[in-house]
Design a protein around this ligand. Sequence first.
Ligand SMILES: CC[C@H](C)C(=O)C(=O)O
Ligand SMILES: [Mg+2]
Length: 574
Amino acid sequence: MDGQVFDKTKLPSRHVTEGPSRAPHRSYLYAMGLTKAQIHQPLVGVASCWNEAAPCNISLMRQAQAVKKGVAAAHGTPREFCTITVTDGIAMGHEGMKSSLASREVIADSVELTMRGHCYDALVGLAGCDKSLPGMMMAMVRLNVPSIFIYGGSILPGSFRGQPITIQDVFEAVGKHSVNAMSDEDLDEIEQAACPSAGACGAQFTANTMATVSEAIGLALPYSAGAPAPYEIRDRFCMTAGEMIMELIARNIRPRDIVTRKALENAATVVAASGGSTNASLHLPALAHEAGIEFDLFDVAEIFRRTPYVADLKPGGRYVAKDLFEVGGVPLLMKTLLDHGFLHGDCLTVTGRTIAENMEKVRWNADQDVVLPANKPLTKTGGVVGLRGNLAPDGAIVKVAGMKTQQFSGPARCFDSEEECFEAVSSKTFREGEVLVIRYEGPKGGPGMREMLSTTAALYGQGMGDKVALITDGRFSGATRGFCIGHVGPEAAVGGPIGLVRDGDVISIDAVAGTIEVALTDEELDIRRRDWKPRDNGFGSGALWKYGQGVGPARYGAVTHPGGQFERRAYADV
Ligand SMILES: CC[C@H](C)C(=O)C(=O)O
Ligand SMILES: [Mg+2]
């Protein structure tokens, strides 16, 4: 990039830095120590989700400095800014979780507004936890300025009595403790041992799933998703991203050149192949929506159905993110999928090259069993399955990776909030064979479509994970295991059938056939629908009220600008 001359008359930052009328604007930049030369170089927004809320984000400030060095080395002027996060692990199991999905929208919106307001020419975005990854990528596609995504990296595994553990073990320990199968002392020991470093939750939970997506969709540099947060090699990826962004400006390569329908299909493929988080079936439609591409839960589910499950990662399998990185990272997973025809190789990426070109130097590693060859998979279909039926005309999703049985039928036991169900689980006032129904927890109903790891992990920890099924119009965490069906749509709050179910109605789920049915006739459902009345969710003002007013259905990604609208006029072209 040495000697690259950028034509500022074509870049957005000209509105801030060029001509006599922008003297006041330049004064502010001089006030922050910028030189004349730096002011007239391209301005690169370095958006970081750094904060002290959780270990996922704590290393992002360090990594952002490396990005800035890279930008400066390639004759750009980096401008760092931060946005908020809501960290699921800490928001879990209480009202705080209602803020989680809403935070994805706030992150995307806040990055959008900072970029627009200051006319930055490009974006390098660093994100470390469940909602900040999709939120940051959504902002990139929405703004459509040259962009590179950087993941903050995974946490290192913990160790408990010689066994590697993750935070999932702590959530499940709560269930064991509730049935007196774990002592207070052991719970105390495990909670102190599970999280030994900075970084996002260590298995193929939501953060690592979306990090895998960031490479497969083409917005992140190859290998950059895998290195754990404390590893210094992350800083090298960050430096390279900083240099690379200048190249993308020069070549005018934009996120919507990268995030095409085929790229979204590649993203769904790596989710299924790695037994990733069900949350991806929300985030991929949301990302597609930013690009004006129709790609809903059923499109995701169709790819899940035809993708082999090859990466033996927790929560369904044996290994964690660090293990995957050590045997070859996301490129190893993509290599076997590409070689066996499951990925589109011709999609452009932020390297300026295609997926297939990026893969040219990747060699298959036969000396490991973290990723199996795609022609000898763990199972022939993906680890996550889409469902549809009279209980979920707008679809539902279930993670089958690691599950012994894929069919379940039983009488419903209904709860109108997660708290009610958690109470029943803690006091064991439910029976084996039942289908626990948690409703009024959808995007509008909650509001906020809560993840329910506390409840599902407590069930699992009690040894009830495959003895009951759980269905909800809410969501699950990436660490949820057991027969748990989420995203049931339409949600109860808008009159969906899940709100019409009564205790004792028989519900049948078949993950092989892809169906979810309640044994009620259409006539009976119509009669019940006539008696149904909408409920007040208790939020009359503030961010969650606003979210509940604007949010669309889970099937289309639960975005707050639904109705087919997307940002057609990229601000960089104005
Ligand atoms: C441990 C699970 C994590 C906190 C989470 O919320 C997710 O992966 O979705
Ligand atoms: Mg989560």
